[in-house]
Write a protein that binds this ligand. Structure first.
Ligand SMILES: [Zn+2]
Length: 388
């Protein structure tokens, strides 16, 4: 959505992570890291289970990191059975998030509201501050805002505050979509939400703003968030057009090997015994990975997809018979993010081919006719033609 410079963190980038591959290796425990668990602890998440400490889930972690590096990808949908670590991974991402600029006002007012909608677009207090040249933003770490499954449409978009009678802006109680501006919105079990709520979330995510109206009263809010949804396909499907609106779709497969499962159990037990101590074991690596993400976000505007990548990407999309134009957006933006993380200004073919399954699977409206395993094989064979 945005290619603008991000607020910068000061800490220098540690030299041990130079590419997204290094980062993924670090995150997935391949660099002699103490590997660890994908088990949800069930504890109150005072300090979430570190993403770096999770065993397996390589594709899922890659999708989360790419989504944070480049919000224009359009977020990610995490698909898998209960207990495979989807929510633990999304929460574990919180310590890897960069700094962002946000509204400091209870009503969500921003200087750009005045620039677009005039002085009445902000609350009276912010209007005064704007006139004095003092309407500023706060710089804070990006947060993970979780949408409860019980959320109503009023919770999501906002509702009329009957007690406040001063100004349009103050008469509306902000919804979760506005609170998620510049953050990451995590929607667990998105397939179980009412269609009206899902549509509101997807529209707001796509447009970056939304307007709420109650009779003559209306207010417009920013909703520039990274959308991450999760679903357990055993509990219900997701309409194909909804599936298509996520930039990336990844599977969270249960760990199969007994030894890996045992390791996951031991690490989850360690975390449960002393979350603080467990999390602090990963602090250095977590900060290194966070700096890598910040560096990639900063480098992203300079990454240009060349003609060859466009041509090959378009050919793969055509061969798979994908009609949706979102395929190109997700594929090329994810390729740029992957290249940015690897320190390349011009994406290579491997960057494109690595992200292609994530960006292209489950995008055909007739997915009911394609078993996931068949579709994976089809994508795999389309990609192999270009492997050097
Ligand atoms: Zn305000």
């Amino acid at each position: 959505m945005e290619d603008t410079p991000f607020p910068q963190d000061e800490t220098p980038i540690p030299p041990n992570i130079r590419s997204l591959k290094d980062l993924i290796n670090l995150v997935t425990g391949k660099n002699d890291q103490p590997a660890a668990s994908s088990g949800a602890s069930g504890l109150a998440d005072i300090r979430p289970f570190p993403l770096l400490a999770m065993v397996g889930l390589e594709e899922l972690k890659l999708a989360l990191l790419l989504s944070v590096i480049n919000p224009a990808i359009g977020g990610a949908l995490l698909i898998g059975p209960r207990g495979t670590g989807k929510t633990t991974a999304a929460r574990g991402l919180s310590t890897l998030l960069p700094m962002v600029e946000r509204s400091s006002c209870y009503y969500g007012c921003l200087p750009e509201d005045v620039e677009i909608g005039g002085i009445d677009a902000v609350c009276p207090d912010c209007a005064r501050k704007y006139a004095e040249g003092n309407l500023s933003k706060i710089v804070e770490p990006m947060r993970i805002v979780e949408l409860p499954l019980t959320s109503t449409i009023e919770d999501v978009i906002g509702s009329l505050d009957e007690r406040a009678l001063v100004h349009d802006r103050t008469r509306i109680k902000r919804g979760i979509l506005s609170l998620a501006d510049q953050n990451l919105l995590y929607v667990d079990e998105i397939n179980l939400l009412p269609a009206q709520v899902t549509d509101a979330i997807l529209d707001a995510a796509a447009q970056g703003t939304y307007t709420i109206r109650h009779g003559a009263i209306s207010a417009t809010y920013w909703s520039r968030f990274i959308l991450v949804g999760s679903m357990n396909p055993d509990e219900g499907s997701l309409r194909p057009p909804i599936m298509d609106r996520f930039g990336l779709r990844v599977f969270a497969h249960p760990l199969e090997e007994s030894r890996t499962r045992l390791l996951a159990y031991e690490l989850a037990a360690d975390y449960r015994r002393n979350p603080h101590q467990f999390v602090s074991r990963y602090e250095v690596e977590t900060e290194a990975a966070r700096q890598e993400i910040i560096a990639a976000r900063k480098a992203l505007p300079g990454v240009k997809t060349g003609d060859r990548i466009y041509k090959i990407g378009s050919e793969i999309i055509k061969e798979l018979g994908i009609k949706s134009l979102r395929a190109e957006i997700a594929l090329f933006e994810a390729t740029r993010a992957y290249a940015a993380a690897a320190g390349r200004e011009i994406p290579e073919l491997t960057d494109l081919l690595t992200v292609a399954p994530l960006a292209l699977r489950l995008r055909r409206g007739d997915s009911a006719h394609h078993r996931p395993a068949d579709e994976e094989a089809e994508i795999d064979s389309a990609i192999k033609k270009y492997c050097e």
